[in-house]
Design a protein around this ligand. Sequence first.
Ligand code: DX5
Ligand code: ZN
Length: 227
Amino acid sequence: MAQINPSILSADFARLADEAEAVRGADWLHVDVMDNHFVPNLTLGVPVVESLARATDTPLDCHLMIEQPDRWAPQYVEAGAGSVTFHVEAAAAPVRLAREIRAKGARAAMALRPATPIEPYEDLLPELDMVLIMTVEPGFGGQAFLDIMLPKIRRTRQLFDKHGLDLWLQVDGGVAASTIELCAEAGADVFVAGSAVYGAEDPAEAVRALRARAEEASAGAWWACKH
Ligand code: DX5
Ligand code: ZN
């Protein structure tokens, strides 16, 4: 099943509860946390996540683009996130961190910047619920999709299969009607979309249309037959 996670980075930050409502039917709300150190942009933190979790029934998928995720990630679980993603480039002890996120009751995910390969982390996969392959350099919405990431998506799905693991594979950055099929064919099953959803006339309809495209593309894909 393809999941569509609208990124509130492209929403109106003064009306977050309404913007969550505007994408009713989405699988998760993707919340981009940026600290102006790990990436050159600053967004929101724990108090906003806490309020948003109270304001919507849609579960929150927090993508932490921050330094020292070991120190901060557990607080996002306490704030109400259902899934917390840390960047492995910034984590001091990713195994300990993933275990702590899970122990607190959320799904644990590891994100890779475009230049970070998956292979060194193969042995960590059983500790995780999801891997996020960035398809832009993290920091901003509305950037062009990097199709040079498609082989990494494919290799990551192959590693899941090799180990018989039922992880989710998320892609984030430049995912739109024109690129979502490529991602689904390569092996992704969770799709973050910011501008493609909130830039649309009807965001809820954009979610449905993206999901339909992804489902169709993954139905006949090399990796989906086994799932
Ligand atoms: C970028 C963020 C993304 C961003 C995606 O660093 O992690 O989640 O919101 O936006 P679009 O879909 O517009 O590329
Ligand atoms: Zn993101």
